[in-house]
Design a protein around this ligand. Structure first.
Ligand code: WQD
Length: 349
């Protein structure tokens, strides 16, 4: 059943990395999209790139989700059927240095948004959560019943708090809520016209790798080589960005198809491939995908990092009909293609 024909979806953070790739898929499915983004972790030219890659009805507001008045004006103007909430700071390492910014942006922003949903009777929201809510999980792979361990970072704690807020909001206001717990999103749109655009020095592994391969960084620093893992470096579950975007569309269509009574809010899904790779394995996969040798050095462990995290993704596969089969090598090849295209545009060549 096609729910997208006349539905308008509000996407906060829609010019960001995960948001922009998801907006492309929403437009391709025939949804109309309204983006709210404050450009704190994205750039205005991404709007044109979205329009270039996908046709459809798109409106962009450069606003901050913590500005409830600005959000209200958008809810007044558009008949919003559902919300995808991406707008949040998301760097584990950075969150330990800037706790107040993370709590303000990630928690106050969510509360402003939910207040508008309540006032304008918008019943559906998909929340961008994270596997970091699990902390150092006792059991691997991690399923949705895994308890919230003590978060290893401020970032993870903001996501834990947000999920508690959503749980209470769903019960009090009969809203249908899905919380998608991402593992590690990587890669870029196959067109190389969209991709990850970290401002300044990248916090995340893959953009740091591609910038090193492009000569922007001298070395990749591998944070820790004495973890209790097969090669001493930490393990993560790297999920291709288009597979992640696909999960959002499938979750939205499920939300729109079910009545509140049929829906156990908030519904939680772990979004990962189910397979973990060490940092050194990612480096060799990148070298294979790019045909370049990557210079790296070992460095001390990073505060806030866990040893290993990879998903049990059975629930998303069964209930959303979702697949995450894209290989790490292919995902890294799209990241490299995007880096090369972006650098050549920057140098005007
Ligand atoms: C991955 C691994 C680092 C950089 C991310 C997102 C977070 C959440 C979970 C969605 C770790 C190592 C990194 C570098 C390195 N996703 N590393 N050198 O910390 O797992 O968290 O995924 O919500 O938003 O931030 O990802 O890419 O920073 O690190 O050795 O220069 O690579 O120690 O083991 P992380 P990451």
């Amino acid at each position: 059943m096609n729910f997208s024909a006349t539905k308008t979806i509000l996407v906060t953070g829609g010019l960001g990395y995960i948001g922009s790739h998801t907006v492309v898929m929403l437009l391709e499915q025939g949804f109309s999209v309204v983006i709210v983004d404050n450009l704190s972790n994205s750039q205005a030219f991404i709007e044109e790139r979205i329009r270039e890659v996908a046709d459809g009805t798109l409106q962009v507001y450069i606003e901050d989700v913590t500005n409830e008045k600005a959000l209200e004006a958008i809810f007044q103007k558009h008949d919003i059927a559902g919300v995808l909430h991406f707008a949040a700071h998301k760097a584990v390492g950075e969150s330990m240095q800037k706790p107040l910014e993370y709590y303000h942006n990630n928690i106050s922003g969510l509360i402003s948004l939910l207040a508008c949903m309540k006032k304008y009777e918008v019943d559906n929201i998909i929340f961008s959560s994270s596997c970091t809510v699990y902390g150092e999980a006792e059991q691997l792979p991690i399923n949705e019943q895994a308890p919230f361990q003590e978060a290893a970072s401020v970032y993870g704690r903001t996501k834990q708090i947000a999920e508690h807020i959503l749980h209470d909001f769903a019960n009090a206001c009969s809203k249908k809520i899905v919380s998608l717990r991402y593992f590690n999103p990587v890669g870029a749109h196959p067109s190389a016209r969209l991709g990850e655009l970290p401002g300044g020095i990248p916090d995340n592994l893959v953009p740091y790798i591609t910038q090193t391969a492009a000569g922007v960084r001298e070395y990749l620093f591998v944070f820790g080589n004495d973890y209790p893992t097969r090669d001493g470096t930490a393990i993560r579950d790297y999920i291709y960005i288009m597979d992640l975007a696909d999960a959002h569309v499938l979750a939205l269509q499920r939300l729109l198809s079910l009545n509140f009574e049929d829906f156990q809010s908030p519904e939680i899904y772990n979004l990962g491939t189910g397979r973990g790779y060490t940092v050194l394995e990612v480096i060799s996969a990148f070298e294979k995908a790019s045909g370049t040798e990557l210079p790296y050095k070992f460095a001390p462990k990073r505060e806030g990092d866990v040893t290993a995290a990879y998903a049990d993704n059975k629930k998303a596969k069964e209930e959303l009909g979702w697949q995450a089969n894209t290989s790490l090598e292919y995902a890294l090849s799209t990241a490299w293609k995007w880096e090369q295209a972006y650098r050549s545009e920057q140098s005007g060549s």
